[in-house]
Design a protein around this ligand. Structure first.
Ligand SMILES: [Ca+2]
Ligand SMILES: [Ca+2]
Ligand SMILES: [Ca+2]
Ligand SMILES: [Ca+2]
Length: 364
């Protein structure tokens, strides 16, 4: 009996030792993998077409390459997002070749089309590691032909027309036009394929002072929606594309403060298009606001930035810029200009300092 007990204990100790040995080996393997960089976050090696390029082919593959093999199961149009701003969200099947993720457009993009790409952190390496940061870039496709000589073709807006946008709203391959005007009207024109535009829809927002519009797929269903920018105190609106290039009013989307214009872009790297709005402000100081998209076209204020700061920083860098030989680029000429117009300089200084001091002056 006693002998048997000793036998059991020996077996138990053996099992424990074997388990511990296995754990040590696994720990070692894990450490070796980390040391070999196998579990390091994927690093971007290359993107194509290059960021900011203006001569990408209309059928060029769009790709990102990481320094390690990526897991195809994590790659889809929501994790590698391509917004072609005249075509819409590209939902083609993506291909993974080692560390390279590729989208090959199934039909050519438009000439001169802006394309915005987000490689999100939802794509994982085969080891399950996510890139530390999303990669967001944009490029423009190259135009072909053309000699920069223009001939009048068609009159499609009215005298109160403001900022319009061109994009393939009904997804038939030809760019269409949306225009907004000063008295709250929106007109949608569809391209007949021969460059002739026919009015397809007319919307009216009485009291609105529409000055800007921007087009992009804001709700992630593939078709191009529109943001309408108001210059009074009405909320800016979103129009939802029904898929056929006609729109349903989405109602007030986010507030306006004498806004002027909007641009769409993925500012937070999650794949959906956010909105950057530039407003004139009541005192015309200028403010940029970023409105974050929740992916379904609901917007919340992400950031507010006083555009005057840009002016100050730019002014400083221009003033201190030097030529390769060390001499001033602009400083001498600028100072000479000020010295030759002392009255104008003094008047401008007064206006400038008063603007800064006004907030501190009591209204009593
Ligand atoms: Ca079209
Ligand atoms: Ca849409
Ligand atoms: Ca839609
Ligand atoms: Ca976004």
């Amino acid at each position: 009996m006693k002998h048997q007990k000793i036998q059991i204990n020996k077996r138990l100790i053996g099992t424990i030792l074997m388990g511990a040995g296995l754990a040590i080996i696994m720990l070692l393997a894990f450490n070796l993998a980390v040391m070999a960089g196998m579990l390091a976050p994927p690093q971007v090696v290359e993107i194509s077409p290059a960021n900011g390029s203006h001569n990408a082919g209309v059928d060029a593959p769009i790709s990102i390459t990481y320094d390690q093999a990526m897991d195809p199961a994590t790659v889809n149009p929501q994790s590698f997002v391509v917004h072609a701003m005249q075509t819409g969200w590209l939902t083609e099947t993506l291909h993974v070749d080692g560390g390279m993720i590729v989208l090959q457009p199934t039909s050519p993009l438009h000439a001169g089309e802006l394309v915005q790409v987000t490689a999100t952190t939802a794509t994982l390496s085969l080891e399950g590691e996510a890139p530390l940061e999303p990669t967001v870039w944009q490029f423009t496709t190259a135009p072909w032909g053309g000699n920069a000589v223009f001939h009048f073709s068609q009159f499609i807006a009215d005298s109160t027309g403001q900022e319009g946008a061109m994009a393939d709203l009904n997804q038939d391959g030809f760019p269409d036009v949306i225009t907004v005007n000063w008295i709250g009207n929106v007109r949608i024109f569809h391209n007949d394929g021969h460059g002739q535009f026919n009015e397809a829809q007319y919307l009216s927002f009485p009291g609105y002072n529409l000055v800007g519009s921007a087009v992009g797929d804001l709700d992630g269903d593939g078709d191009l929606d529109a943001v309408l920018i108001d210059n009074t105190n009405h909320d800016n609106r979103v129009l939802w594309n029904n898929g056929d290039g006609k729109f349903t009013d989405g109602g007030p989307a986010f507030w306006s403060s004498h806004d002027w214009t909007a641009r769409l872009g993925d500012v937070d790297g999650d794949g959906d298009l956010d909105v950057i709005v530039v407003s004139g402000g009541i005192d015309n100081t200028g403010t940029a606001r970023t409105w974050r998209n929740d992916g379904e076209g609901h917007f919340s204020l992400l950031e507010e930035f006083d555009a005057r700061e840009i002016l100050h920083v730019t002014f400083g860098s221009v003033l201190t810029a030097r030529k390769p030989d060390g001499s001033w680029e602009f400083y001498d000429r600028f100072m000479a200009l000020l010295r030759s117009h002392p009255e104008a300089y003094a008047a401008n200084l007064e206006t400038h300092f008063l603007r800064h001091l006004r907030p501190f002056v009591s209204s009593r």
